[in-house]
Write a protein that binds this ligand. Structure first.
Ligand SMILES: NCc1[nH]cc(CCC(=O)O)c1CC(=O)O
Length: 312
């Protein structure tokens, strides 16, 4: 019997209620409406949103932000979930797929400060706020003198803590600031060579139940193939390293024609080994060749001393 479900009369997007998550959900809502779909939002508060005082890596990691949205999809209360790809675990739970990856916004990290125009202008021993182990490891490699202090919360919370004077500067994804209309807070964008972005940074992915081919078809026009191939390679590095937010890991791809150059960096979670940084190029035309390049770069990282997370 063919039980292929019909496209729902109205597509419901499950979303977290942070300003950035709402912007992203509304962005997808507008794109789908322009294609003739009726689209509503279902706002939800996830466990990840409620934990503002502890470092995310200590309380269960990125999955906290997506699990509750997946429950809503599972129960049919919502049909699709829009995620910052950076926050999506490398392997989705059984029964879920990424229906598409959309065109990437600026993938770089941004230097944000009320007093200094760039990292190089920070005085010796200045205090920089970030709870990202990747940003911490890369910042310390660039400027060993800096004092890195924890900084959690959504984008607006982090900016408020900067404005309250707790930090000389903070580092945030440029994409998040731009989406929130806060691009004027960016004092400088880091060159990816010095502050290599996280896998998937700046890209949005849309998750659906794997059995909803109708929704996968409806979302196909929103996909951006070059971004999708790039983040496939980046995410393969992370998957092969057992990456999570408790491992300082960066992976960033850039296309030149059909050549994908993939850079990656690994920092020792214990802070004892030096930063490892590698890159490789390959002709990438499909998901298999993108994934293979990511696997190769993960192998190069390990050959240079990076240690993958032990398999559970
Ligand atoms: N970890 C939180 C998060 N997830 C996605 C973004 C920014 C937007 C993006 O990368 O798509 C941010 C904020 C930040 O890192 O500054």
């Amino acid at each position: 019997m063919n039980t292929k479900p019909l496209i729902p009369h109205s597509i419901v997007i499950a979303t977290r209620e942070s300003q950035l998550a709402l912007w992203q959900a509304e962005h997808v809502q507008a794109l789908l409406r322009a294609r003739g779909h009726e689209v509503e939002l279902l706002g939800m508060t996830t466990k990840g949103d409620q934990i503002l005082d502890r470092t995310l890596s200590k309380v269960g990691g990125k999955g906290l932000f997506v699990k509750e949205l997946e429950v809503a999809l599972e129960e049919g209360r919502a049909h699709i979930a829009v995620h910052s790809l950076k926050d999506v675990p490398m392997e989705l739970p059984e029964g879920f797929v990424l229906a598409c990856v959309m065109e990437r916004e600026d993938p770089r990290d941004a230097f944000v400060s009320n007093r200094y125009a760039a990292l190089a202008e920070l005085p010796q021993g200045a205090v920089v706020g970030t709870s990202s182990l990747r940003r911490q490891a890369l910042l310390q490699a660039l400027r060993p003198d800096l004092r890195i202090e924890p900084l959690r919360g959504n984008v607006n919370t982090r900016l408020r803590k900067l404005d309250e004077g707790h930090y000389d500067a903070i580092v945030l994804a440029a994409a998040g600031l731009m989406r929130l209309g806060l691009a004027d807070r960016i004092r400088a964008r880091f060159e990816p060579t010095g502050m290599l972005p996280a896998a998937g940074q700046g890209a949005l992915g849309i998750e659906v139940r794997a059995d909803r081919q109708d929704l996968i078809d409806a979302l196909a026009p929103l996909a951006h193939q070059t971004t999708w191939l790039t983040v496939t390679a980046e995410r393969a590095v992370s998957r092969c390293m057992g990456g999570s937010c408790s491992m300082p890991l960066a992976a960033h791809g850039t296309f030149d024609g059909q050549q994908l150059r993939l850079d990656a960096a690994w920092g020792d979670p214990e802070g004892r080994l030096p930063l490892v940084q590698v890159h490789a190029d390959a002709t990438v035309t499909d998901f298999a060749s993108a994934d293979a390049l990511g696997q190769h770069v993960a192998a190069l990282l390990q050959a240079a001393g990076a240690q993958p997370a032990p398999k559970l």
